[in-house]
Design a protein around this ligand. Structure first.
Ligand SMILES: CC(C)(COP(=O)(O)OP(=O)(O)OC[C@H]1O[C@@H](n2cnc3c(N)ncnc32)[C@H](O)[C@@H]1OP(=O)(O)O)[C@@H](O)C(=O)NCCC(=O)NCCS
Length: 178
């Protein structure tokens, strides 16, 4: 497994979306706490449940802190920023995390409700897969609600296998060899 310092730094890029809008994709930083909290607060209850698999009224400070301070060795996180009327806001994010020494990483991706079906999650997940592969991971997996058709279709388009989750019929595990 390569340490982050051994690999090329991530270069931010612009993504043109199919409705003509554009977002900037870059690595998350510790300065994104306020923006990330605002993005969480804008998510619908359904989207929060789909992402966290729990009815989350608030994003706990510990999760916010962890999200904005990914481990350089085992985690990687992207945000997508939209600028409207000179104000930037986070409209999407994707991350992976791995247990120490593991060559499997677990991903999650979220896009703001009013930015769905524009191709943003596809770009974020594609980038995440490329980064994980370049950093030596051999497998990417994610836990997805069985009812989450959007995420399951997205994973399928990237070639993930969609498997039953042992002991929990409400979940699927999607896995991709990198
Ligand atoms: C799942 C989720 C991330 C998908 O995000 P998204 O940005 O809408 O995904 P995309 O736009 O890349 O793809 C979704 C659909 O839009 C379609 N699409 C993408 N680009 C398009 C374009 N240019 N024109 C028309 N349709 C397009 C895709 O083909 C896809 O269609 P499908 O439903 O037939 O497969 C989003 O619904 C979400 O954030 N949900 C809540 C959180 C969640 O469930 N996270 C997953 C847990 S890991």
């Amino acid at each position: 497994m390569q340490a982050k310092s051994d690999v090329t730094n991530f270069v931010p890029y612009n993504v043109p979306l199919c409705d003509g809008r554009e977002v900037l994709v870059r690595e998350i930083t510790e300065d994104d706490k306020v923006g990330l909290l605002a993005a969480f607060n804008r998510l619908s209850a359904d989207a929060r449940y789909a992402r966290f698999m729990a009815a989350m009224q608030q994003l706990p400070e510990a999760m916010l802190e962890q999200a904005t301070h990914p481990s350089a060795e085992r985690e990687f996180a992207l945000v997508a920023l939209a600028t409207e009327n000179k104000v930037s806001s986070i409209v999407g994010g994707a991350r992976y995390a791995a247990a120490p020494g593991s060559d499997t990483c677990e991903f999650a991706v979220t896009v703001a409700d009013d930015w769905h079906r524009l191709g943003l999650a596809s770009r974020l997940l594609g980038t995440l897969i490329d980064i994980a592969r370049s950093r030596g991971y051999r497998c990417m997996e994610g836990y997805v609600l069985s009812s989450n058709t959007a995420m399951r279709r997205l994973a399928k388009r990237f070639g993930f296998a969609d498997l039953a989750c042992p002991d929990d019929a409400t979940l699927r595990v999607v896995t991709l060899a990198l």
